[in-house]
Design a protein around this ligand. Structure first.
Ligand code: SF4
Ligand code: SF4
Length: 468
């Protein structure tokens, strides 16, 4: 590697958020403004609105979304899912992962900048509260360097109180997606002694959110987030990311008033793109893992370009090949293969979802049980029955023997399945001896809810009888 090259790559040896002693470098990003920031404000508002109102929306008394991991009870768009749908869950997870990979290969980290809850809460909620109470990035820095006085105590106290209240609200909303809004309201409104565990959970959850947004901040994206760590393998030279047009910008340099800028590029080295960056990086060094694609540097640089009468877009959404070779968007072989895989997975998942019934029924001969001779020239076999009611309704159920004389009885007095119930029982099938001509007789058992046939199952009846 040439000296030039190693000098240029020096920035990769350190993190902008950590100094040489290994201590935290606190980032004070300038408040961005511009068309991307305005658009992100609208998108964030819309997403936050959805996040906050969804738990309150109910259809026929049921939430539209619930992820109750504790009771293994899930509702997606008012359709209940349970442990019996594990195969769908696994397939859906694989589909989501392939979708994320494809999306990232094409559009880079666009999700992080526009839709990630961490970025939205940090930049659009907590950072705004901070600007409102402590002022601009410069004022915040001065305040932090000041020794403690009444003004500083008041500002810090009010900021952290509002931070904790906001974190409490957010954690409650996330919790309502897990335990449901009714349960959450119960925990909050009942006497604390009745829900000690729930309250401890809420307070701990709020504490974690508070710590993340008050202290840990951008380090979630640069050090912890697995999606962020995967960027190195997902992105390639054709992925669209936020990039600096170094062909146009270099050699960078300040403009002096009378100087004709003939030998310099368009970058006037004003540092504004670095000042607004919430992860503290210099995008002019090239694509970096720490870049969350928040667009703040695009807005900052566009503002500068307008001021110096140059075209906007020195920092823009583009691929490395787009910048270096002036190529437009290319649908690469890698993108094609991921797309094919994604279409395949979505088709299989779509088919399985559309073929999903409201019940799951299994009837198997009970292992280890022989046939039994009964009174009146009858013979019986015993079977294991498992029925899952996947709906929100209470369902009556009954069974009938179809293709042969005889009868089938459910052992026990149960007649109705509760909503979401997974019911195990035994079936006794009794057949006249005359009907048995061989050791293994195929039989059919139909399962009904009311008068509606829901499933017909084939099984076998075993009996070895001596004929007179
Ligand atoms: S904001 Fe634009 S002009 Fe200023 S330093 Fe960054 S890239 Fe250069
Ligand atoms: S480099 Fe630009 S897009 Fe990336 S995080 Fe910093 S300001 Fe946001």
């Amino acid at each position: 590697m040439s000296n030039d090259k190693s000098r240029h790559e020096d920035f990769r040896d350190s993190l902008s958020t950590i100094n040489e002693k290994g201590e935290r470098n606190w980032i004070y990003p300038k408040k961005p403004s511009g068309k991307f920031y305005t658009a992100r404000n609208y998108v964030s508002f819309f997403l936050l609105l959805i996040l906050f109102i969804t738990p309150f929306i109910k259809i026929k008394g049921h939430p539209i979304i619930l992820f109750n991991f504790l009771n293994r009870n899930f509702i997606l768009f008012v359709i209940p899912f349970g442990p019996h749908d594990f195969h769908l869950f696994v397939l859906a997870m694989i589909t989501i992962i392939v979708f994320i990979i494809l999306f990232t290969v094409v559009f880079g980290r666009i999700f992080c900048g526009w839709a990630c809850p961490q970025t939205i809460f940090m930049e659009m909620v907590f950072r705004k509260i901070e600007y409102w109470i402590e002022g601009s990035a410069k004022q915040q820095k001065i305040l932090n360097l000041q020794s403690w006085n009444v003004n500083k105590i008041l500002k810090k106290f009010s900021k952290y109180t509002i931070f904790y209240a906001t974190a409490f609200l957010i954690s409650n909303i996330f919790l309502s997606y897990i335990i449901g809004i009714d349960e959450l309201i119960k925990i909050i409104s009942d006497p604390p002694s009745e829900h000690i565990k729930g309250l401890i959970g809420i307070i701990a959850f709020s504490g974690v959110f508070y710590w993340v947004f008050a202290s840990f901040r951008e380090q979630v994206c640069t050090m912890v987030c697995p999606y962020g760590r995967l960027q190195g393998v997902l992105l390639d030279r054709d992925s669209i990311v936020i990039t600096y047009d170094n062909k146009r910008g270099e050699p960078r340099g300040k403009i002096k008033k009378e100087e004709k800028q003939t030998d310099k590029g368009d970058c006037i080295d004003c540092h504004l793109c670095v000042d607004v960056c919430p992860t503290g990086i210099d995008i002019r060094n090239g694509i970096q893992l720490e870049c969350v694609n928040c667009t703040a540097c695009i807005d900052a640089c566009d503002y500068v370009m307008v001021k110096i009468n140059k075209p906007k877009g020195l920092i823009k959404y583009d691929s490395i090949n787009g910048v270096e070779e002036n190529k437009g968007f290319k649908f690469t072989a890698r993108m094609k293969s991921y797309t094919l895989l994604l279409v395949l997975l979505i088709s299989v998942l779509g088919y399985l979802l559309s073929a999903r019934t409201d019940y799951s029924i299994n009837i198997l001969r009970t292992p280890g049980f022989m046939f039994q001779e009964q009174d009146n020239n009858m013979v019986s076999n015993i079977y294991d029955l498992n029925i899952v009611n996947k709906t929100f309704k209470t369902l009556p159920f009954s069974v009938k023997l179809v293709n042969i004389k005889g009868s089938v009885k459910i052992i026990g007095s149960k007649k109705d399945l509760e909503p979401q119930e997974n019911y195990d029982s035994k079936l006794l099938v009794i057949i006249p001896k005359d009907e048995i001509n061989k050791i293994n007789t195929p039989i059919k058992i139909s399962v009904y809810t009311g008068n509606k046939l829901i499933k017909e199952l084939n099984t076998s009846f075993l009996a070895s009888l001596k004929k007179d």
